[in-house]
Design a protein around this ligand. Structure first.
Ligand SMILES: *[C@@H]1O[C@H](CO)[C@@H](O)[C@H](O)[C@H]1NC(C)=O
Ligand SMILES: *[C@@H]1O[C@H](CO)[C@@H](O)[C@H](O)[C@H]1NC(C)=O
Length: 339
């Protein structure tokens, strides 16, 4: 009995010490040094039984064992693409052989246009699907303000007019509906695969056909080491985007998602519909369309997952596992661009 009592007392003491330590940790989270500690939370390892089965329509044979320090496949057998696990030349040739047209959509609304669009497009010309046929779709309420960017051969830019929603939350809401319509129209007829990206980032190295698949999701740079129950999913069970603490695989970033036209039609329809239902109930999901996107990817598993190397936030600080960032977030300046 006495031993049990002592154990209980020790446990109480442990939690009394852990709680303030946890709070201080959260407080210090802004410091990259403290944040670096999260790299010691293991991501898990791809089971060796799954490794030989990992391939897709573009990369051919993958080398998931080339990156033992990170998770290179999902529990449902989709590859997580890290630098060194794929051969970019094989993907390049395969995409050429299939004679693909790849779409890249981006929304440039309000001040996002002047601040980010030119750099986004210029860097895409240097790094996005070089050697493939590419069609950019820029959605904006001011087509006349879209900067002139010199395009390579077999690359086109289409500017689509959209009406501006008064609140930035609604701009983000309207995105899925607008994409859905575009995919059902000219974009859907022109492109085989489409990537949908945020404009406040720029390409820093090759983003090629190794990223293509039926349905592609991007691991969120800020959350890829976090335990599932801690991820910023929508938790309000009244919302269409809700995930319980037992649900969810990864936290995906809405700044990059892609896939075949048919798969993206399904994704955008799902998200637009869920947002409408939430709105009818007076709800708005925690991270807007990103919350709904995460729910969609829980219900419909992506065929390929991109490592945080494909969309990295330099503000996080140095990480040995981030070898070769492909897209870099611009520093967030919400005060400037959202008003
Ligand atoms: C490749 O696709 C383009 C555009 O869709 C088309 O004009 C061209 O004829 C195709 N080439 C071959 C070899 O099929
Ligand atoms: C590979 O291509 C086939 C036929 O086009 C398609 O049905 C399948 O979903 C593709 N696989 C992936 C992982 O994208």
């Amino acid at each position: 009995m006495a031993i049990k009592e002592r154990l209980r007392a020790r446990k109480r003491l442990f939690w009394r010490l852990m709680l303030p330590a946890g709070l201080i940790g959260l407080f210090l989270y802004g410091l990259p040094v403290v944040r670096y500690l999260e790299t010691f939370i293991p991501m898990g390892v791809c089971p060796s039984a799954i490794m030989p089965l990992l391939k897709d329509n573009f990369t051919g044979v993958l080398r998931p064992w080339a990156r033992p320090e990170v998770l290179t496949c999902t529990s449902w057998g989709a590859p997580i693409i890290w630098d060194g696990t794929f051969d970019p030349d094989v993907a390049q040739q395969e995409a050429r052989r299939q004679n693909l047209t790849i779409g890249l959509t981006v929304f440039a609304i309000g001040r996002y246009l002047e601040k980010y669009l030119a750099r986004f497009l210029e860097s895409a010309e240097q790094h996005f699907m070089v050697g493939q046929r590419v069609v950019y779709y820029v959605f904006t309420e001011r087509p006349e303000a879209v900067p002139h960017v010199t395009l390579g051969t077999d690359r086109w830019l289409r500017v689509e007019h959209v009406t501006r929603e008064p609140r930035w939350q609604d701009v983000s809401m309207a995105r899925m509906r607008t994409l859905h319509e575009a995919l059902g129209g000219r974009l859907g007829r022109e492109a085989h695969f489409v990537f949908c990206m945020d404009v406040d980032q720029h390409f820093s190295s090759a983003f090629g056909p190794e990223t293509l698949a039926d349905l592609v999701a991007q691991l969120h740079a800020w959350h890829y080491h976090w335990p599932r129950w801690f991820l910023p999913y929508e938790r309000d069970t009244r919302s269409e985007a809700a995930l319980s603490s037992e649900q969810g695989d990864f936290y995906y970033h809405a700044a990059v998602f892609g896939g075949s036209v048919a798969a993206l039609r399904g994704l955008t329809a799902h998200c637009a519909r869920s947002q409408l239902r939430d709105r009818a109930r007076g709800l708005e999901a925690r991270w807007h369309d990103e919350s709904h996107l995460n729910k969609f990817f829980w219900l419909h598993k992506p065929a390929k997952v991109l490592s945080p190397e494909f969309c990295w936030a330099p503000a996080i600080g140095w990480r040995s596992e981030i070898r070769h960032p492909r897209l870099l977030w611009a520093p967030k300046e919400y005060k400037v661009v959202r008003n």
